[in-house]
Ligand binder design. Structure first.
Ligand SMILES: C[S@@+](CC[C@H](N)C(=O)[O-])C[C@H]1O[C@@H](n2cnc3c(N)ncnc32)[C@H](O)[C@@H]1O
Length: 309
């Protein structure tokens, strides 16, 4: 708890320097990876370790993890083929230690044996949500700030796009209510209210189009099993619906018994799989939020797989 509080107040220390020479740092974008120092510090990449960035995006976290551990290997996964192309470019200086796979983190346990890591990884990162590559491209339709087609698919080869998903009033209402609830919009009239409500509505549609909560839940059934004993999983969430699911799953994984309350003796046979390292989620330092407003809602939670689990 103390470590968590201390870390949440720290600025991004411990991260390797972001320079052109190391090939690390923002690629043509003002926004770097969120809480990168904290992610590296808590995942503690070691020489020779097997690292997984299951949402590799533009490769920012991945580059920092690889730079933090000479000889460590990294598997980068993303649903978005364009993100993988950017990550490949970004990770070029460490190309001999990096494997990239197009895929869904909900299937991570099936992807690991495909790269010879069936026994699991020493560190896994999930940085949920969208990347600036996706948000800033008007042709992908993730943002209302520029005109474009209503697509919003992270993987353009998969499923229905937003225009198809919200093409009836019922579907639109369902998508929005699923994320915003049934209460009033948060902000009233005026430009700020318009931006807040539009942002939240677009976010709700994007979450529905990409089945984001469903994919996260699938991962959280037994995501701990993607780790080797002593390995760590870090999840960065940006929405309370995501963070609550992560918190509940970590509590379940860390519990010593899953019997309903009131049982005289344990009948479930469950044993704790992980130790929760962050009782409260870590938050970005104010200086990071000032630099990158997209970091403001980030919450980082970390668990460690128990030896013998
Ligand atoms: C916030 S960005 C990650 C940014 C990355 N950490 C970086 O440093 O550049 C989230 C990424 O996760 C990907 N993503 C979202 N859901 C996914 C899923 N279920 N499986 C794999 N990738 C996913 C998105 O396509 C996006 O590229």
């Amino acid at each position: 708890m103390k470590a968590a509080t201390a870390a949440s107040q720290r600025t991004t220390t411990g991260a390797p320097p972001m320079t052109r020479e190391t090939g690390i740092g923002p690629v043509g974008a003002a926004h770097g990876p969120v809480m990168v120092g904290e992610v590296v510090e808590w995942l503690r990449p070691r020489p020779g370790a097997r690292l997984v960035d299951a949402t590799v995006g533009l490769g920012g976290h991945a580059a920092a993890l690889v730079a933090g551990a000479p000889g460590a290997r990294l598997l980068g996964v993303d649903r978005d083929p364009r993100a993988l192309a950017r990550a490949r470019e970004r990770l070029l200086p460490a190309a001999d230690r990096v494997v990239l796979r197009h895929g869904d983190f909900a299937r991570l346990r099936a992807i690991l044996p495909e790269v010879g890591w069936g026994e699991g990884a020493d560190a896994v990162l999930l940085d949920l949500g969208v990347s600036s590559l996706q948000l800033d491209d008007p042709m992908r339709g993730f943002s209302f700030r520029a005109a474009g087609p209503l697509d919003m698919r992270m993987d353009p080869g998969e499923g229905r796009d937003a225009a198809e998903i919200v093409n009836t009033t019922e579907e639109l209402a369902r998508a929005v209510a699923g994320v915003l609830g049934h209460g009033k919009p948060r902000r009233g009239p005026g430009p700020a209210g318009y931006r807040t409500n539009a942002t939240r509505t677009f976010q709700a549609i994007r979450i529905a189009v990409n089945e984001e909560l469903d994919r996260l839940e699938r991962f959280l059934v037994d995501g701990w099993a993607a780790l080797r004993p002593g390995g760590r999983l870090a999840v960065l969430a940006y929405h309370s619906l995501e963070d609550r699911r992560v918190k509940d799953a970590f509590r379940r994984w860390g519990a010593s018994c899953l019997c309903p309350p009131g049982m005289v003796a344990c009948a479930c046979g469950w044993k704790a799989k992980v130790r929760i390292l962050t009782r409260r989620p870590l938050r970005p330092a104010p200086s990071e939020i000032a630099r990158n407003p997209r970091a403001r809602s980030a919450r980082l939670r970390v668990v460690e797989r128990l030896r013998g689990a």
